[in-house]
Design a protein around this ligand. Structure first.
Ligand SMILES: NC(=O)c1ccc[n+]([C@@H]2O[C@H](COP(=O)([O-])OP(=O)(O)OC[C@H]3O[C@@H](n4cnc5c(N)ncnc54)[C@H](O)[C@@H]3O)[C@@H](O)[C@H]2O)c1
Length: 252
């Protein structure tokens, strides 16, 4: 197994892509700490993973990653549960959409608080533990940031700030044995599913922009890319953004 005996933190791991990542990491032998706002979804995720993966080691911490002190609480919970931290997956990110002229400071605070600052604080809080055995950090980017998608100013800006931070950390922490990479996904989550029903035409247009012609599946299409970056298969890679988006953005 690719993550046998390792300990992985997944923020936003109770739902969407994060649940797929948590399941895949548990199936590869890792102990997984899911951190999420949603207690009910967290309990459901733990039940589902325990049933799906024989011998799974999975724990849940209800926390707002945008709040002060959460990064240290997450680190301490992972160490208390598994005695180590090998992989940090900064997946959760909340944001609101609006044209730039209608964007408010609160919208920027939400997106930077849960996206950029949560990622930055957790990376620093976990650094010493990740450095003990050569760890991996997987952060999340978005085509909305890479392409400057309309109505996504606060989200796109925070996502590109995360990419900048990740590249600096990839340089600085390589000597500590820590690799830092990003995944930029497109996936069918509950939110996207609901939107596809209420905005059928827009949804069809969006599908037309994906060369592979479909949305990714969190567990089958996105999680394996995260596992690849988390494990030694990618040991010669750092500072990279991997597009798990059906070919929508082709980076050069
Ligand atoms: N779904 C896509 O197509 C897509 C596209 C581009 C980028 N992304 C990125 O992928 C990542 C996962 O996306 P998703 O679609 O699965 O998201 P999602 O909104 O479906 O799920 C996010 C999870 O994070 C949790 N969460 C939200 N705010 C939180 C907070 N403050 N503290 C703790 N937990 C919190 C939610 O409860 C939920 O379980 C995000 O970084 C997102 O920006 C997703």
């Amino acid at each position: 197994m690719k993550l046998d005996g390792k300990a992985v933190i997944v923020t936003g791991g109770a739902g969407g892509i994060g649940r797929g990542i948590s399941t895949a990491c548990a199936a590869e032998g890792a102990g997984v700490l899911i951190v999420d706002l949603d207690q009910e979804a967290g309990d459901a995720a733990v039940r589902e993973i325990t049933e799906a993966v024989p011998g799974a080691r999975v724990a849940f911490l209800a926390a707002d990653i945008g709040a002060a002190g959460t990064a240290e609480a997450v680190r301490d919970a992972a160490v208390a549960e598994f005695g180590r931290i090998d992989v940090l997956v900064n997946n959760a990110h909340a944001s609101r959409q609006a044209p730039l002229l209608e964007h408010t400071d609160e919208m920027f605070e939400l997106s930077f608080g849960t996206g950029f600052f949560a990622t930055y604080r957790l990376m620093r809080a976990c650094h010493a533990h990740l450095a003990e055995r050569g760890g991996s950090i997987v952060n999340f980017a978005s085509g909305a940031g890479l392409n400057g998608q309309p109505n996504q100013a606060s989200y796109a800006a925070a996502k590109e700030a995360i990419r900048g931070l990740s590249r600096v950390a990839a340089h600085e922490w390589a000597r500590d044995g820590i690799r830092v990479n990003l995944v930029s996904p497109i996936a069918r989550t509950a939110g996207v599913e609901a939107w596809s029903k209420t905005h059928a035409e827009q949804y069809e247009r969006m599908l037309g922009t994906i060369p592979l012609g479909r949305l990714g599946d969190p567990r089958e299409d996105i999680a394996p890319v995260v596992v690849f970056l988390a494990c030694d298969d990618s040991r010669y890679m750092t500072g990279q953004t991997l597009m798990a988006d059906g070919g929508t953005v082709m980076l050069r």
